[in-house]
Design a protein around this ligand. Structure first.
Ligand SMILES: Nc1ncnc2c1ncn2[C@@H]1O[C@H](COP(=O)(O)OP(=O)(O)O)[C@@H](O)[C@H]1O
Ligand SMILES: [Mg+2]
Length: 296
């Protein structure tokens, strides 16, 4: 449906692992979600809340057991789904890059997907070059390096490049920065921002890091017990103290400092998520001294 306003639509999706066995486990229970083209969506929630199970439905890795998943107008609960076109449209980067890297050499690994698409050699090479450039891997220097010897951060870059080389419309990332050192993490966040803003990719990412959620996301979904319990902009989510407590949602550290200042009687904007915004709030207090903003 060309007029469908959503590129991803999840309706009442449920999934039970190992159904009918003593190990049976309900991972998704009536989850709903919509994503508009061009949005950057964060999914947060405790371990085991169903985040990974949910996003594995987006590229057809898992098929809807009950409920619906509609990707760019295509209903994945139908029997016949064009998997090849779906995988081209939605690129899923696993949490663990080891699950995604198969080839010995970096260049070959990133080229694997585009080759499978049957693209001519020249285009494959161009895509590999572009994807390596986007993730910050030097093509000439790195393409013939061995994948097994890479650091965790570099493996993640290779896994991401392999997906980008498929030129998906939607990029889905499962905890993309978990375990990365601060520098690699910031680099990766900026790449994701670039892909969303400049390359116009729709991005859905799972994260436990509230700073990066505040930095990247247009909208956040909170998952609990296999379903979506809350959605809103980072500002709506992180400034709703009652809901933060009810769903035990963490907040960016800047917000924690600002809430503490509010508790002490200072009037500050608790939606100042970035370090710069938060320090401006502190500077305002300092400039005012014990002045009009200070309630004793
Ligand atoms: N392959 C599996 N077999 C059985 N249970 C699973 C499997 N994968 C996940 N689960 C269970 O399903 C629930 C949801 O898992 P998951 O979607 O991985 O949550 P999250 O990504 O939010 O941590 C968890 O309780 C988990 O233990
Ligand atoms: Mg997970």
């Amino acid at each position: 449906m060309p007029n469908d306003p959503y590129i991803i639509e999840v309706k009442d999706l449920s999934h039970t692992y190992m159904k009918g066995t003593p190990m049976e486990h309900v991972a998704l229970k009536g989850a709903n979600m919509v994503v508009k083209e061009g949005e950057c969506i964060a999914i947060i929630g405790h371990t085991g809340s169903g985040k990974s199970t949910l996003i594995q439905h987006f590229n057809g890795l898992m098929r809807p057991e009950s409920g619906k998943v509609i990707i760019d107008g295509e209903d994945l609960s139908k029997k016949k789904v064009d998997m090849k076109s779906l995988r081209r449209k939605v690129g899923l980067v696993f949490q663990n890059p080891e699950d995604q890297i198969f080839e010995k050499l970096i260049g070959d690994d990133i080229a694997y997907g585009p080759f499978k698409l049957g693209l001519p050699l020249k285009e494959v090479r161009e895509r590999v070059k572009w994807a390596m450039d986007v993730v910050g891997l030097d093509f000439e220097e790195m393409k013939d390096r061995q994948t097994f010897a890479l650091s965790g951060g570099q493996k993640r870059k290779v896994a991401l490049a392999g997906i980008l080389a498929l030129k998906p419309k939607v990029l889905v990332l499962d905890e993309p920065t978990a375990g990365l050192d601060p520098r690699s993490r910031n680099e990766l966040l900026d790449k994701i921002k670039f892909l969303n803003n400049k390359e116009k990719l729709t991005v859905v990412f799972v994260s436990h890091n509230m700073e990066e959620v505040a930095y990247l996301a247009d909208r956040v979904y909170v998952m609990a017990g296999g379903t979506d319990v809350l959605t809103g902009t980072p500002k709506e989510i992180f400034t709703d103290k009652e809901k933060l407590q009810r769903y035990q949602i963490g907040t960016p550290e800047t917000v924690q400092v600002l809430y503490r200042l509010t508790d002490l009687g200072y009037e500050v904007n608790t939606a100042a998520f970035t370090v710069q915004e938060a320090s401006n709030e502190v500077i305002k207090i300092l400039a005012g001294g014990e002045g009009e903003n200070h309630v004793k």
